[in-house]
Design a protein around this ligand. Structure first.
Ligand code: BGC
Length: 361
């Protein structure tokens, strides 16, 4: 995990006898990524790579091992702030990471048990993954780098990704569908981040006279039968996410394909019609949630973040008119035209940028 490059980098952060660093971490379904930064300069950083972690115990071990590895190359190095991004529900001293399988204890991180050398008391936070993403958007916005990573898909001319006066919503599809709000404090215009679980909002279909009505109802009923015995409209996450793509595809073939999201994306790229339609449908539902979030939170910009947006840019470009029509075809249609929608176009782990920003706060 710690090679000679990391070693010389860490040691270059020494000021007199002090070697202080901050730690950011991004926990995903398959593992954890760390980012070490010079405590005096958050742009001076090193990312030791991806470590496989699929349970709370392995998560704790990864922190212990990293601590030992750092001390073996830079004795006395001190972590002065840290922040961990994690999908899932936070409850008191625990976070439940839904992406890990097995019994509840496999999924449950006890925050107070994380190695305190790398998670110092009163200088550390566990964030929801999209909460970290929102801080990442703030960090990129403040450093003037946002235009490098995000492109406006539609919306009024001018303005910026991080609106000066209005709220912003940051959304992303990974294994689930997450979102967080950047709320503008009305007097000072300071940014206040609020994590949400809006991926669980119940989906809706277009109206009965819309040409896609029957197809959409077919998809919603198929997914509702799969997870809710036909009793509930599925949440947006079951239509627009890694597993949502599979559900959309299976709804089209009326069966269980056994494919995963990556395979469907590859097939779509090669021109497979069902795969492409499934991918398109998942973006339509993602955009429909974006529209509902814009109304529900009164925000004027929506940021669609993370690497899926970059990987699927070819498709987003192709279906852009349909996505824009979906967004703008709305109840209070004059108001929705004031909202700008941005998409990430260049690789960058925005969640990690956010954890680093918070670790240095
Ligand atoms: C989780 C959220 C997370 C989102 C994206 C959802 O399943 O409940 O906490 O933000 O996935 O990873």
């Amino acid at each position: 995990m710690i090679d000679s490059q990391v070693l010389s980098k860490i040691n270059s952060w020494k000021v007199g006898n002090n070697l202080n660093f901050c730690l950011g971490a991004d926990v995903g379904g398959s593992g954890i990524r760390f980012c070490l930064t010079n405590a005096n300069d958050q742009n001076d950083k090193i990312e030791p790579g991806h470590i496989k972690v699929k349970s709370a115990q392995e998560f704790m071990n990864a922190f212990d091992n990293l601590h030992q590895a750092i001390q073996s190359v830079a004795k006395g190095a001190k972590c002065v702030g840290s922040s961990i991004a994690c999908a899932g529900l936070r409850k008191e001293d625990t976070v439940q990471v839904m992406n890990w399988n097995g019994p509840a204890e496999n999924q449950t991180i006890r925050i107070s048990k994380i190695n305190q050398n790398l998670f110092p008391k009163s200088h550390s936070l566990v964030l929801n993954d999209l909460e970290a993403g929102a801080y990442g958007v703030i960090a990129l916005g403040e450093s003037g780098k946002a235009n490098e990573y995000f492109q406006k898909l539609w919306g009024p001319k001018g303005g910026s990704l991080l609106s000066k006066y209005y709220h912003t919503a940051v959304m992303a599809m990974g294994s689930g569908l997450g979102s967080a709000l950047i709320i503008k404090e009305p007097e000072t215009h300071a940014n206040v981040v609020m994590p949400t679980e809006s991926g669980y909002l119940m989906s809706s279909s277009r109206g009965m006279e819309h040409p896609n009505y029957n197809k959409e109802i077919g998809t919603l009923e198929f997914i509702s039968d799969r997870y809710f015995d036909g009793q509930l409209n599925p949440p947006y996450e079951d239509l627009a996410s890694g597993h949502g793509i599979v559900d959309d595809y299976d709804a089209l073939i009326h069966g269980k394909s056994g494919l995963d999201a990556g395979q469907i994306a590859e097939m779509a790229k090669k021109g497979d019609l069902n795969a492409k339609t499934a991918m398109k449908n998942h973006y339509i539902f993602f955009t429909r949630l974006a529209k509902q979030l814009a109304y529900g939170t009164n925000c004027r910009s929506i940021v669609m973040a993370l690497s899926n947006q970059v990987a699927n840019k070819w498709l987003i470009d192709e279906i852009l008119p349909e996505l824009e029509a979906e967004f703008k075809d709305a109840t209070a249609w004059r108001w929705i035209r004031e909202v700008s929608v941005y998409s990430q176009v260049k690789e960058c782990n925005v969640n990690m940028v956010g954890t680093t920003y918070v670790a240095h706060y």
